[in-house]
Design a binder for this molecule. Structure first.
Ligand code: SF4
Length: 479
């Protein structure tokens, strides 16, 4: 009998836990949002960096004779790829394996982390170097390796700064966007014991010196991948510092961990995707270093790893692909443009979202990569102004999908009681002329103030209803 009783207790306990977690995450999000939105210094740093980005992007766009056509073509290629992803993944595996590489399929973060650990054990690795990769942030690889006694060192300068500070990246392209050069100088002084007030060039040289030693001693180099190339079985890595090249050149083993949606059909498609990513990511015509890895070094090559592995990560991506309403989110090339354009991101910053992928695209995909209930509030972190969709190089209908997530929350009956009640009352009043007229201006003022006293009116002047639209209309038309 006790067996029969356990599941229902378990279910109600799990439901309760979800409810608590859901409310905690939402409350944390709202509290942090309020703090950041009022932090003038934070806003100043973000505005400064986003301002610089806006200036250079305009120049980058000039390289396209028909930018609109380029964006449409890129979207079309990603549409074709995601619609036939199974075939392209198989083609990639066949070609990469033929080149001597090894492909590992990981259904979730646990499988991907375990696979990395197994490889590290195989090569008795105690230290790995890693270039910038959002996927490794997503699976929390550094923490996992650390728990198993393996040091993982970030080699991208922004990521290195963030790692020193014990913080996750702030932005998918510029991880330390929220820090000024003074902040970085202070951090280096505190963590590395160097002189305070060093210049950016001096700080870079210190990071470079420290990292050089790590490249030489690490047994494994880990990268992400900006694109997977089906026709040649290649992994593309785009960067500006050359750290990914060193990460893959020195250690005897290279592991690339890449989300399955990063596929494009052919190496020839890079002539479109490389400039598009560079323009929208950093305003460059093309990023400084673009590498294509097709396997371990051959007998004719003097440099490169002896072994190369590609871990193809799902981790919830097939959830997004299986729903035609949200599938388009998998066309994303992680340029960060929608973050820079979003009025919400610009006010609350990256960490507030409490998720690896922040900003508009993060708010679209996170509720599907994680339990929907716990992260559905992110879909409301948008004014639905559509600026994200406007600036996306792939013309992804981001604000449309944020709206779709809200619809899902309502259809799943997972919106809050207070919200449901408010909308029911609204509907009742809006569809009933007598009810609208019943409440006079004084009553309306009181009701609106009572409802919004804890949020809207906390930092705004009160408002007073004078006359209804109907009264004004009648007055105007009876004169
Ligand atoms: S959704 Fe579009 S704009 Fe946003 S990061 Fe992805 S590609 Fe860039």
């Amino acid at each position: 009998m006790s067996d029969a009783g356990t599941p229902s207790k378990f279910i109600s306990f799990t439901f309760y836990q979800t409810l608590v977690l859901m409310n905690t995450l939402k409350k944390t999000f709202l509290t942090k949002s309020e703090i950041k939105a009022m932090d003038a210094e934070h806003k100043r740093k973000l505005s400064f960096n986003i301002g610089k980005y806006n200036e250079v992007v305009v120049k980058g766009k000039q390289q396209f004779s028909d930018l609109d056509m380029a964006r449409k073509k890129a979207k079309n290629i990603k549409w074709k790829t995601i619609e036939n992803l199974g075939e392209y993944l198989t083609e990639f595996e066949r070609n990469f394996t033929r080149n001597g590489g090894k492909v590992i399929w990981a259904a979730d973060a646990q499988e991907a982390n375990e696979a990395v650990l197994e490889i590290c054990k195989l090569y008795q690795a105690k230290q790995v170097v890693k270039s910038k990769s959002m996927v490794t942030e997503e699976i929390h690889l550094n923490d996992f390796l650390e728990q198993h006694g393996i040091e993982s060192v970030e080699t991208d300068l922004g990521e290195y700064i963030q790692q020193l500070d014990g913080e996750p990246p702030y932005h998918i392209v510029t991880p330390a966007m929220h820090k000024s050069k003074e902040d970085v100088a202070k951090l280096f002084h505190e963590k590395l014991g160097v002189e305070p007030n060093l210049t950016p060039s001096e700080l870079t040289l210190i990071a470079r010196k420290n990292l050089r030693a790590k490249y030489q001693s690490a047994e494994v180099g880990i990268t992400g991948g900006n694109f997977l190339l089906a026709d040649i079985g290649g992994v593309c890595v785009t960067e500006n510092e050359g750290n990914a090249r060193l990460t893959t050149a020195f250690p005897p083993v290279h592991i690339a961990i890449v989300g399955i949606e990063k596929m494009i059909p052919s190496v020839n498609d890079l002539n479109l995707f490389w400039p598009l990513l560079a323009t929208y990511g950093t305003g460059q015509n093309v990023t400084v270093y673009n590498s294509i890895f097709t396997g371990a070094k051959t007998a004719q090559e003097s440099d490169g790893p002896k072994e190369m592995y590609v871990i193809l990560l799902d981790n919830g991506r097939t959830n997004l692909i299986s729903d035609p309403n949200i599938r388009e989110s998998m066309y994303c090339i992680r340029c960060g443009s929608c973050l820079n354009a979003c009025p919400v991101y610009k006010n609350i910053g990256g960490h507030t979202y409490g998720a690896t992928y922040s900003g508009p695209i993060g708010s679209v995909i996170t509720p599907h990569l994680k339990p929907f209930e716990e992260f559905k509030h992110l879909s409301y972190a948008s004014s639905l102004c559509g600026n994200c969709t406007e600036v996306c190089p792939l013309k992804i209908n981001i604000h449309g999908m944020l709206h779709y997530n809200r619809t899902l929350a309502v259809e799943n009956h997972s919106s809050e009681f207070s919200e449901n009640t408010a909308w029911k009352m609204w509907k009742l009043a809006m569809t009933n002329r007598k009810m609208i007229d019943l409440a006079g201006a004084g009553m309306k003022t009181k009701v609106v103030h009572a409802i919004f006293k804890n949020n809207w009116f906390k930092r705004r002047d009160g408002l007073e209803f004078q006359k209804s639209f109907r009264q004004l209309y009648q007055e105007k038309n009876t004169k």
